[in-house]
Design a binder for this molecule. Structure first.
Ligand SMILES: Nc1ncnc2[nH]cnc12
Ligand SMILES: [Zn+2]
Length: 343
C-alpha cells in the first residue's frame, strides 16, 4: 500500500482527464432517477440489482449494459444533469481540465435529437469551473456511412466540440474501416483520437496512426507486444490515455499488479491516467491513481510525471498548457518540501 503522505499528494495534485465517456459516468442512482422522470422501463428492480450486474468478462459484456444504462437519457436536461454530476466529481478530485467523449449514435438511434445531446452536455461544461472540451465518438461497430451521417448531423454544432474519436467493440472493427470519415474530420480542423490496442492487436494502433492519423491513442496498452511500434510511440511522443481500473474490470489485465503501466513509462511513452467509465469500473480519477499507486512500484516522481503528461497531451493552446504545467510543478515543489520528501 502507498504511504498516506504520498496518497494525499496524489489525490490533491492538479490533473487533466483525457479519456472519460460521459455516458460511463452515469451512476445507477441517476439511471433510476432519470428512468422514473422519463417513464423508461428498466430491467432491474433496484439500484443494488443494477450495480450487481456490473460483473464484466470483457469489453462487449460491459458495452451491452452501458448502452442499456444510456437508454434513460432522452431530454436535453438529462444530458445536462449527467454532465454536471461528472464535472462536480472532477472538480472535487482536482481535475482542472477534462476532454469528454460522448457517443451521439447511442442516442440518435433512439430518436433523441443531436441538438439535445450536444447542447445538454455543452451547457453543463459552460456552467462548470472546470476547463472542459468535447470529443464526439463514432461507434465502430456501426458503418462508416453511419459515421458520415452522424458527422453531418453534428456539424451545425461544430463550435461545441474540438475533436472526434472512435469507440465501442474493437476486435473486428479496425481503425481503417473509418479512414474516409477521419480524413474529412481532419479537413474540418477537428482533433483526432481513437481507441486502439485495448483488446485489439498492436496492428490497430499502427493503422490508427497511419490511416486515421490520430494524435492520441486511447488505451494502447497492447503496444508493448510490438517493440518497433513502442519505439515509434516513444519517439513521436504519441500520448496513450490509459485507464487502469477499466483494464482490470474488463480483464485486459487480471489484477492491477499485472498492469503494464510502469513498463509503458519505462519505455519512454507519454502515459496518462484516466477513468474511462467511472460509474461502471469502480471509480473516478483518484480511485484510478490510488489503485495504481497501491499495486505498482510508483513514487512521487511518477506522480508528477503522470500529472504533467495529462496537460502535455491535452488539446489546449500552448500558453494554457504552460500555465497548467507551472501549477503542477509549483504544487509538487510545495508539497514535496512540506512533507520532507526529496523531489
Ligand atoms: N473502454 C471502452 N472501449 C471501447 N468503447 C467504449 N465505450 C465506453 N467505454 C469504452
Ligand atoms: Zn474508452
Amino acid at each position: 500500500m502507498m504511504n498516506p503522505q504520498l496518497r494525499a499528494i496524489v489525490r490533491g495534485m492538479p490533473k487533466a482527464e483525457l479519456h472519460i465517456h460521459i455516458e460511463g459516468s452515469l451512476e445507477p442512482e441517476l439511471i433510476f432517477a432519470l428512468a422514473a422522470r422519463n417513464g423508461v422501463p428498466l430491467g432491474y428492480e433496484s439500484v443494488e440489482h443494477l450495480r450487481s450486474a456490473y460483473a464484466f468478462t470483457d469489453l462487449q459484456s460491459f458495452l451491452d449494459i452501458y448502452y442499456a444504462g444510456a437508454s434513460v437519457l432522452l431530454k436535453e436536461q438529462d444530458f445536462y444533469d449527467m454532465t454536471q454530476a461528472y464535472l462536480q466529481r472532477a472538480e472535487a478530485e482536482n481535475v482542472l481540465h477534462t476532454e469528454i467523449f460522448f457517443d451521439p449514435q447511442t442516442h440518435t438511434a433512439r430518436g433523441v435529437a443531436m441538438a439535445d445531446v450536444i447542447n445538454g452536455i455543452h451547457r453543463a461544461c459552460q456552467d462548470s469551473p472546470v476547463s472542459a472540451a468535447l470529443i464526439l465518438c463514432f461507434l465502430r461497430h456501426l458503418s462508416e456511412e453511419e459515421a458520415f451521417e452522424t458527422l453531418e448531423d453534428a456539424l451545425p454544432h461544430r463550435d461545441k466540440f474540438i475533436g472526434i474519436g472512435l469507440d465501442s467493440s474493437e476486435v473486428g472493427n479496425p481503425p481503417e474501416k473509418f479512414s474516409r470519415v477521419f480524413a474529412r474530420c481532419r479537413e474540418l480542423g477537428l482533433h483526432l483520437v481513437a481507441h486502439a490496442g485495448e483488446e485489439g492487436p498492436p496492428a490497430y494502433i499502427r493503422t490508427a496512426l497511419d490511416d486515421l492519423q490520430v494524435e492520441r491513442i486511447d488505451h494502447g496498452v497492447r503496444c508493448l507486444e510490438d517493440t518497433e511500434l513502442t519505439a515509434r510511440l516513444a519517439r513521436e511522443q504519441i500520448a496513450l490515455t490509459v485507464c487502469p481500473l477499466s483494464n482490470t474490470k474488463l480483464r485486459v489485465f487480471d489484477q492491477m499488479h499485472d498492469h503494464n503501466l510502469v513498463q509503458l513509462l519505462d519505455a519512454g511513452l507519454l502515459v496518462t491516467v484516466n477513468s474511462d467509465d467511472p460509474a461502471y469500473f469502480g471509480g473516478y480519477m483518484n480511485d484510478n491513481f490510488d489503485a495504481i499507486f497501491d499495486a505498482l512500484p510508483l513514487g512521487l516522481s511518477h506522480a508528477q510525471r503522470l500529472a504533467r503528461n495529462g496537460f502535455i497531451a491535452a488539446f489546449l493552446p500552448q500558453a494554457q498548457k504552460d500555465a497548467f504545467l507551472a501549477t503542477v510543478d509549483a504544487y509538487f515543489a510545495q508539497h514535496a518540501a512540506a512533507h520532507g520528501i526529496a523531489q
